[in-house]
Write a protein that binds this ligand. Sequence first.
Ligand code: CA
Ligand code: CA
Ligand code: CA
Ligand code: CA
Length: 354
Amino acid sequence: MKFKSLFVITLAAAGLWACKEDLPRQMFDVVATSETTPGPHKGDIIDDPAVWVNKKDRSKSVIVGTDKSKEGFGGLRLYDLQGEEINFLQVGAMNNVDVRYNFPLAGEKVDLVVASNRDENTLAVFKVVEEGRNLVDVTGRKVNPVGGIYGLCLYRHKGDGHVYAFLTTKSGLVQQWRLTGNKEGAVDARLVRSFEVGSKTEGVVADDEKGNLYVAEENVGLWRYSAAPDAGESRVQVDQVGKRLADDVEGLTLYYGPKGTGFLIASSQGNSTFSVYERQGDNKYIKSFRIIDGPSIKGARKTDGITVVSHSLGALYPAGLFVAHSDGFGTGVGSNFKLVSWDLIEPHLKQQKK
Ligand code: CA
Ligand code: CA
Ligand code: CA
Ligand code: CA
């Protein structure tokens, strides 16, 4: 009896606390393991990450981050797993970025880094060289998507083996482009499908194993579509903007677990939390979390892009790595990425599932 009432009181207190802070009810907190060198320009210029996994030595994998500074100051920033910036490619206002491996290009298999360039409204395609410490532009025919390029993710379709780029716009248009290598070693893109989501859309992520495409309609919610190039416009709402998912719904990422399990994670920018759903089935909601201030590293605030790596990256990240953008805490400078060891996150999700 005593136990039971204590439990009820604790639950009530937790509920009150959540109400006060206007946070989701199923919450846990983590602190960052490391963080990246802050962006050097004024404003919230860092946006979206991707991780290139170095298969020869995973502890030497590289984080690729976008710098969306306008007027030629933007580009792609490369960081090591300690968060140190190791290279900057000043190639235009890059907004979102993604990675796929083993892309056939002029008789070689290369790893591609693809980003959305908002200065030129183009798809920017790079291949990874020098063990991830540099990128070479392999953009072929320049494509200018209708409506102004904004979000981006990559997808490899099991059915035909092709790699596709999904591009999103501020008007809510999604365009699916097939990427193909030409004989000159450049990558061309051809539009194969487009559909309207409804309103402003940036975050997208595709599940290569299950063939799902997840789309964040920023002020409305989270949708699941088919990622197949010949799929129609039918969709299922995974979640809607409300108390736990506070607009904007921003970055999306997928943790690939064994046997088709894992997690779909969404950045809930309006309350600086991350919503976690099951990767399988109907994407049931599990829990939300925050990255709060640690002894030496501040938490993540107003997160745009996120990404997660689903396997060990060495001693620092034995179960994987979660990367989240953070703004500069209202200072106008210093936006960066917070790096969180996955072994700080996953135990909370397992508890919930019991
Ligand atoms: Ca990304
Ligand atoms: Ca946005
Ligand atoms: Ca936003
Ligand atoms: Ca963004």
